[in-house]
Each structure stands twice: as structure tokens, then as C-alpha cells.
Ligand binder design. Structure first.
Ligand code: GLC
Length: 691
């Protein structure tokens, strides 16, 4: 059951797709207190209560014990002490002695989630502005709460099937020759590949909607050539438009009054990659329509996929911020600085980026009224995503589009996916990648994944290998790294063949993974779940942070420690270990419920299949469109018959019908042997373990 409570004058965020009427009775579960403009919602926590949610954020799957902040932040150092990353996904779910319940705080401004941090037995959620709608969710199970919430916020974005292919990316690829070379290295070595990202280097001086004609003399030709090789390019688009007279996007935006302004009516100018830039007011519909239309020349050139970036929005500095820092420096010039003053001087420059002062300097027009940016900050990226999704739909309404963004808010899950931002080549970030997957699913983001191998810092061969072994399962599978860091394309490493073998498993699993994404989208379900969702009475399962469930039938548990040759795994029930080396070479080990040490050599990684379930493997391929899902091999551990439903379609049509695309694979067990059949498919059941 969902109950809605309005406070102050809520701003429409677009998060809700299926509205419910407001209640006037007292809000259940939470105590509401006000202080000035802010409102705090408090709930007492039982000793063993668990807290889930908050989508893309740091720390545990169980969020208890820390303080988080809804404030979309461009932060490239994802350390434990942080309280926000690029997204605000204000859903919290509580599970404990008093049952399960949750709340969604539909507030586009700053919200603090103190989940047992200040006081271990209390969770308090504070809306700084006090203008919001709170949805209280009550039900019997955690998954039930999520499904109701997902219905409220509307069906998740579904990517084209080829969007599940492997993407090679790097900030720094700066010419058509370089892209061709990277593609050739993959194809020659038979490393599967479907997409190549183009980072800001394809642009002319980092200006949106331009491309560098010297380095990319014939972009449409290059796109067509790569497409013929079954590779799609994925260009980046940033939120800020370079402040430059003569730049068509700038000129038109100025003429039509599309950019955010300060209180004095002047344009707000902040610096990002192109230098001084202005910021489209994405909160206005006509601006979104215009911005979406700017994608058209690239779409006409053959582009079918984009990634939107810097849309928190990131600000390296503003005119005013820079001026202020220089003023401080000038005032101190020639003085003998004590240590405190010297540090303060350094901070004056360091703190110029993404400063609250700047976010308070400019305005949006919402329903004809000016609203200061900080009051609606967390919507900016979502509204950019909405603009680009619309632009792509207008261009090709019959086709699905591929789109993922860095910043997001609930609502953007209907328009695109997310990548998990500028992580680092740290072992702990494999684990962070894993932990964010179920939390992102709770708020509707299914097409998600992290920069495999790590974005900042220098990767190591084994880190990339182990990270790919997790990436095999995430819908968005992209190897991306920062300019200046160690190169990390698979083929750069001594062990590239083992990594290629890992990718072959991904491609063999795509019919299954695609089916799980589509079913989760249509049924408002979670493709990835914390163990607590399926085993609520098993305390060990409820507190497991390094294993998650995948689909109905599987559990994943990646290795995330350097030099490890295995890992500890807790099985909440009997499961079949599939120890993969390649798509066609794996061990099948039935394992009993309980604790196990699972040996995993560098080239091996596990998939656990719950006893009684089966999953299909196709023949692997070099690109998604070459996967033949009409011949499947089933893996599982059965003592009696079972069935699975697999969804499939053409993978590109915007309109699809879940029921029409479902095939039932029926498995019979007789005389110690399994046999399977499915309409229109050949199914090999000989690898199913019986017992
Ligand atoms: C941001 C993005 C990163 C990209 C870089 C350059 O840091 O998060 O993915 O490579 O900008 O465009």
C-alpha cells in the first residue's frame, strides 16, 4: 500500500508516473518535526533492523550506520566517507521486528538520510527545503514494496538488445584511425565487441554537437564502416554549452533565452571541459525539445547511442568563484603566511569546483516562476536525459534508443540507464559496483554498470580480469578509463586470452540476461536483489554484502581481492556452482547450503544456480546480432522437472509484447536424465546435474 503526503509546496519532479491521491491523516511510521524551513522524518530502529535503498550511493547494500546526502555530485573519488555520488534516489526501505515498510522522498533539493549515524537507534531523514511529497510504502515483503514503488514511478527504460554488448571506451581516443585500430585489435583476436565510445576528444575544442573534422574527416563514413563491422559508436554529450559567439548551439540558445541566468538577468557562466560554458534550463519543456533536437545531426550521421555527462551539473569554477579566489590570493600576496592562512588560500582554489555558492547563483523557470538552482539541483541530469531521450525518439520513433547518463534522479529510469561514474582502479570498487546494482534496481535503473577496470588510477591486469568477471553479468558492460592512466583495453595485457574467454561467457549469457532485463522492466521487478529479499529469515543471508541474486535462479559472487585464488561464499540454499573458464569450458559442482571456500584461478569465475532452476547458454559470438538463441544448452541441478520462461524479440522495436515474446522451456527428469523442449528451439539438457 502506498500513501502520499504533501508538505509545503512540492515541486513536480517527474519521478511519479502513476499518481496516487494525497492523504490528510497522520503519516504512519514516521514522526514529523519542523525546524525553520526544514522537515525531519524520524523512525526508531530496532537493534537488528536493516535499511535498503538510496540507489547509487556509497557503502553497504544495508545502508544502516551512515549519513547520506541527496545531492548530485561530480566527485571522482568514491571513498567510504562520501555521502553522495552522482544521483539522488531517495527511496529507503526498512526491514525488522515491526515488519517491512519504506518511504520515497520526492524532493528535488538537498535531503539528508541519517540512518543510525548520529544515534544508532534512530533514522532521521531531513528535507532542507521542506517542500516535498513523501510516499509511505507498506506491505509484506521487501520485493513487494519495490514492485509497488516501481509501479508508482513507471516502467523502466529498456535498451536495444545490442546495448548488452561489450563497449570499449577511453577518454583520449582522438581520431578515426585510433578507433579503427582499437576495433581491429579486438576483431583480429576475436575479442567480442559491439560498441566504441567516443569521449570528448571527438569534439571540436570539447564543444557539444561538433566534431573535429581534422581527426574525423568523414564521421558518417566512419560510422557506416564500423557499423558494417557490427560496431556502433557511442558519443558523449556534456551538459554545458561553450560560451562562444558563432557556436550554433550557443547562439540559438542565447537568442531563444534557453540558458540559466543569475538574479540580475545575466547568463550564469561556469567552466567545464570547453572552458567557460552556459547551462540549458532543462527544466523547461521548450528547452528540452530544442536540446533533444541538437542530437539530430549526429543521429543523421548514423549514431544510435549516446552517453550524457557532467550533468549534475559539474562546475569546475564560475566567473564569480574564480574572481573570489583571486581576490583572496591578491590580498595575501607578499605576506608571510602562517600555515592556516596558507591552507585557506589553497582551499580557496580547491573549493571552487561544484560550490554551493555557485549552485545558489542561478535560476530555472518552473511553471513560469523562477526557482533557485539549489532548490531543484538533483533534477538537472534527469531532465537532460529526458531531453535527449525525446530527441532520439523523435528521430526514430519505431526504434529503441541507447542512452546512459552520469547524473540521475528517479524518473530518468524511464528514459535511459546510468553508468556508475568515475570510479577508480581499486579492488574495493569491484565490490561497490556489485553493491550498487540491487539498489539501482530498486529505483528502476536496470541498464546500469560501472567502468570496468576502473576509471581513475592505473589498472592492473588482474584487477581488470576480476572486474570483467563481474561485468559479465551487468547489463551495461563497458571498459572505460581516464586520459593519462594506464591503457586498459583487454588486448594490452599478457593474459588477454583469459579475458577474451571471460567475454565469451557474457555473449553466451546474453539471451538469458536480455530476458531478465526485459522481464524486470515489464513486471516492475528487480534483476539483481540483495539476499535479504529472498531469504528474510536467514540472518547470515540478510547481512551478506558481497553476493547478490541475479534473476529468479542465480546468485553471483565475484572475487574482489588482489592475489586471491578463490573466495568465501555463503549459500543460503543448495546451489550448483558453475565455475566458468570459457562459454564452453566450465565445471559443474553441486554444493550444499552453508559456508564454502570456492577455488577460483585467475581465469575462473563463479555463477551459482539455485537448485531446481535452470539457465540457458547460447553459442557465443563476436557481436550481439550474431548470437543464435535457437540452440541453447541448459545448466542446472534438478531432481525433478522444471520450466523457465525466456523472453526474446527483435531487440530493436520500441513496441514489444512480453507475452508474445515468451518461450517456455520445459525440462523433464526421467531415469536420472533430463530432457528439455521449447517451441522453435533446440535445447540440450545433457549438462543438467541430476540428484
Ligand atoms: C567525466 C566522465 C568520464 C569522462 C570524462 C571526460 O569525468 O565521468 O567518464 O571520460 O569526464 O569526458
Amino acid at each position: 500500500m502506498i500513501r502520499r503526503y504533501d508538505f509545503g509546496q512540492p515541486i513536480q519532479t517527474g519521478a511519479i508516473a502513476n499518481p496516487v491521491p494525497a492523504c490528510t491523516d497522520e503519516m504512519p511510521r514516521f514522526t514529523v518535526t519542523r525546524s525553520g524551513e526544514s522537515i525531519t522524518y524520524t523512525v526508531r530502529l530496532g537493534e537488528d533492523d536493516l535499511i535498503f535503498g538510496l540507489g547509487e550511493n556509497v557503502r553497504g547494500i544495508n545502508k544502516r550506520g551512515h549519513i547520506y546526502r541527496a545531492w548530485n555530485s561530480d566527485d571522482f573519488s568514491h571513498t567510504e566517507n562520501k555521502s553522495s555520488l552522482y544521483a539522488s534516489h531517495n527511496l529507503v526501505l526498512f526491514s525488522g521486528a515491526t515488519g517491512v515498510f519504506g518511504a520515497y522522498f520526492d524532493d528535488p533539493g538537498e535531503v539528508f538520510f541519517d540512518l543510525g549515524y548520529t544515534s544508532g537507534d534512530t533514522a532521521s531523514i531531513t528535507s532542507v527545503n521542506g517542500n516535498l511529497t513523501v510516499y509511505v510504502l507498506e506491505g509484506d515483503t521487501l520485493i513487494g514494496l519495490v514492485k509497488e514503488f516501481r509501479h508508482l514511478i513507471g516502467q523502466s527504460y529498456v535498451p536495444p538488445k545490442w546495448g548488452l554488448g561489450y563497449i570499449q571506451s577511453r577518454w583520449g581516443y582522438s581520431s578515426d584511425e585510433e578507433l579503427r585500430k582499437v576495433v581491429r585489435e579486438h576483431r583480429d583476436r576475436r575479442i567480442p565487441l559491439d560498441m566504441m565510445s567516443m569521449d570528448i576528444d571527438y569534439m571540436e575544442a570539447y564543444k557539444d554537437f561538433t566534431w573535429n573534422h581534422n581527426n574525423f574527416p568523414d564521421l558518417p563514413g566512419l560510422i557506416a564502416e564500423l557499423k558494417a563491422d557490427h560496431i556502433r559508436v557511442v558519443p558523449i554529450i556534456d551538459a554545458g554549452i561553450k560560451e562562444e559567439v558563432g557556436d550554433p548551439a550557443y547562439d540559438e540558445g542565447v537568442e531563444k533565452d534557453y540558458f540559466c541566468k543569475k538574479a540580475d538577468g545575466e547568463l550564469f557562466v561556469g567552466a567545464v571541459w570547453p572552458g567557460r560554458a552556459v547551462f540549458p534550463d532543462f527544466l523547461k519543456e521548450d528547452v528540452r525539445k530544442w536540446f533533444g533536437g541538437l542530437y539530430r545531426p549526429l543521429l543523421e550521421a548514423g549514431v544510435e547511442a549516446f552517453w550524457n555527462d557532467m550533468n549534475e551539473p559539474a562546475l569546475f569554477y564560475s566567473t564569480e568563484g574564480l574572481e573570489e579566489a583571486f581576490r583572496k590570493a591578491d590580498a595575501l600576496r607578499g605576506q608571510n603566511l602562517d600555515i592556516h592562512t596558507a591552507f585557506a588560500l589553497k582551499d580557496a582554489f580547491n573549493n571552487m569546483a561544484n560550490s554551493m555558492d555557485d549552485y545558489r547563483r542561478f535560476y530555472h523557470e518552473v511553471d513560469g516562476k523562477l526557482v533557485r538552482h539549489d532548490k531543484v539541483h538533483n533534477l538537472y541530469g534527469a531532465m537532460m536525459t529526458k531531453a535527449s531521450a525525446q530527441g532520439m525518439k523523435d528521430f526514430a520513433p519505431e526504434k529503441r534508443h541507447l542512452l546512459f547518463s552520469r547524473a540521475s534522479f528517479v524518473g530518468a529510469h524511464r528514459d535511459g540507464g546510468v553508468w556508475q561514474g568515475d570510479n577508480s582502479s581499486w579492488w574495493g570498487h569491484i565490490l561497490m559496483n556489485l553493491k550498487q546494482m540491487p539498489s539501482l534496481n530498486m529505483v528502476g535503473f536496470l541498464y546500469a554498470g560501472a567502468d570496468l577496470g576502473g576509471f581513475s588510477c592505473n589498472t592492473t591486469e588482474d584487477l581488470l580480469q576480476r572486474w570483467l568477471q563481474l561485468g559479465v553479468f551487468t547489463p551495461l558492460m563497458r571498459n572505460h578509463s581516464a586520459d593519462g592512466t594506464r591503457v586498459q583495453e583487454i588486448y594490452r595485457f599478457r593474459n588477454w586470452e583469459a579475458m577474451r574467454d571471460t567475454l565469451t561467457v557474457r555473449y553466451a549469457l546474453i539471451p538469458y540476461l536480455y530476458s531478465e532485463v526485459m522481464k524486470a522492466a515489464v513486471k516492475n521487478d528487480m534483476m539483481f536483489r540483495p539476499l535479504a529479499f529472498d531469504y528474510p529469515r536467514d540472518d547470515e543471508a540478510c547481512r551478506t554484502e558481497d553476493q547478490i541474486l541475479l534473476g529468479d535462479g542465480c546468485m553471483i559472487a565475484p572475487v574482489y581481492e588482489q592475489n586471491a585464488r578463490g573466495r568465501h561464499v555463503y549459500l543460503p540454499e543448495d546451489m550448483l556452482l558453475v565455475r566458468f573458464r570459457t562459454w564452453a569450458d566450465y565445471d559443474l559442482v553441486p554444493m550444499k547450503k552453508g559456508h564454502h571456500w570456492v577455488k577460483l584461478a585467475m581465469n575462473e569465475f563463479p555463477l551459482f544456480i539455485r537448485r531446481g532452476h535452470v539457465i540457458p547458454l547460447a553459442r557465443t559470438a563476436q557481436y550481439v546480432e550474431a548470437i543464435d538463441a535457437s540452440q541453447l544448452t541448459l545448466l542446472g541441478w534438478l531432481d525433478k522437472g522444471t520450466a523457465i520462461t525466456l523472453y526474446d524479440d527483435d531487440g530493436v522495436s520500441a513496441q514489444f509484447d512480453l507475452n508474445a515474446g515468451l518461450t517456455v522451456i520445459d525440462v523433464q527428469v526421467r531415469d536420472g536424465k533430463a530432457a528439455a523442449k521449447a517451441e522453435g528451439r533446440t535445447v540440450d539438457a545433457s549438462r543438467i546435474v541430476i540428484g
